[in-house]
Ligand binder design. Structure first.
Ligand code: BTN
Length: 118
């Protein structure tokens, strides 16, 4: 089976915060994919605009990240990495959001997102 057998490409997924993950292209030999992410989550910045997203899928394991910077949208100076699994029309994930604090150290927030295929 190809690396991405579990994942339909292109496909669009929405999480419980209303954010939209769009997987647009995949390299069949590596499982590396690209697309966009629109954050719509309450309590966060950089909302309502697409940011570049990249990741990898291998069997049912999926990882992807967004660097919240863009030439055409606000720069949040944060990075989020999601780790999860493809389970039919659901992708349950855990995420880590990294940022540089006013103390010039890295800080981490963590949470969970459940994506459902749209
Ligand atoms: C920021 O506020 O620094 C950038 C936006 C971060 C949005 C986070 S990423 C994890 C969680 N899941 C979402 O869909 N949005 C928030």
């Amino acid at each position: 089976l190809p690396a991405h057998a579990q994942l339909a490409v292109p496909s669009t997924w929405v999480n419980q915060r209303g954010s939209i993950l769009s997987i647009q292209a995949i390299d069949a030999s590596t499982g590396n994919f690209t697309g966009t992410y629109v954050n719509n989550a309450a309590g966060f910045s950089c909302r309502g605009q697409p940011y570049a997203m990249a990741g990898n899928v291998a069997a049912n394991k999926i990882d992807f990240y967004v660097n919240w910077t863009s030439p055409t949208a606000p720069n949040c100076r944060t990075i989020t990495i999601w780790n999860g699994r493809v389970a039919g029309d659901k992708i349950p994930t855990r995420w880590k959001l990294y940022y540089v604090g006013s103390d010039w150290n890295f800080h981490k927030m963590t949470g969970q997102d459940l994506f459902t295929r749209r």
